[in-house]
Design a protein around this ligand. Structure first.
Ligand SMILES: [Ca+2]
Length: 230
């Protein structure tokens, strides 16, 4: 499955249909609704308080139920655990990780090294981005060091010119040497565009490769490559 960008992440993945909806719990700890009401789970507020979240009594199978007030397609459910504030899927696990390219333009690694794709810098200028030679299927590969569950890939495309060279990019993953495709971006991208590519679920892998798969005389340019994991 592949979504072109951001628009889909914002609109489809981030609409929280539980917000403010009627919420019930199997019980309320100490019957204390001031501190532990089920309503706190859908009030839109995430804070570090030791109170004011839903807390059931102790029982075998506690539950919480939200009435969405309509029948709606559900993509995923996010739970903020007690005192857990991180959005875990927002961690960019590619940052600073070992990276390799199929080639380096003009063998000039001072200007076009693959490591510029995971250095955390989006400078919106060239050089100091990854830039391969011209070849049929240029690629870049990141070693996450451990198998991780990948939610999506974000690519900061070349910022100055020729953004359309980023097209027909397969996201391929492996834990050994047999790559399988888990995401795809058709493109072509615009110059300076930020491209998000959602991965099939679950995509669990240590090595992630982006590879142009159509045409010849392709050159892969990447300003920054982020791999978001859960
Ligand atoms: Ca960079």
């Amino acid at each position: 499955m592949c979504f072109k960008n951001f628009f889909y992440l914002e609109v489809i993945w981030r609409e929280n249909s539980a917000l403010g909806k009627p919420t019930n719990g199997s019980s309320v700890y100490g019957n204390d609704y001031t501190n532990w009401s089920p309503d706190y789970a859908t009030d839109g507020i995430v804070q570090k308080n030791d109170t004011e979240f839903f807390h059931s009594a102790f029982e075998q199978f506690p539950w919480i139920r939200i009435d969405l007030l309509e029948i709606a397609p559900i993509s995923f459910i996010r739970v903020y655990n007690r005192k857990s504030l991180e959005l875990k899927w927002k961690e960019n696990s590619a940052l600073g990780k070992p990276v390799e390219g199929s080639s380096i333009f003009g063998n000039n690694s001072a200007d076009w090294d693959p490591s510029y794709a995971t250095d955390g810098l989006v400078l919106n200028r060239c050089p100091k981005i990854f830039h391969s030679n011209f070849e049929p299927s240029p690629w870049i590969k990141v070693d996450l060091m451990n198998p991780l569950t990948i939610s999506f890939i974000r690519v900061f495309n070349r910022p100055d010119v020729l953004g359309e060279r980023f097209h027909d990019v397969a996201v391929e993953v492996t834990n050994n040497s047999d790559y399988i495709q888990r995401g795809f971006y058709k493109g072509p991208a615009a110059t300076g565009e930020t491209v998000d590519i959602l991965c099939d679920y679950p995509t669990i892998a240590r090595y992630v490769r982006l590879r142009i798969t159509v045409g010849s005389g392709n050159s892969l340019h990447i300003q920054e490559l982020e791999i978001y994991t859960i």
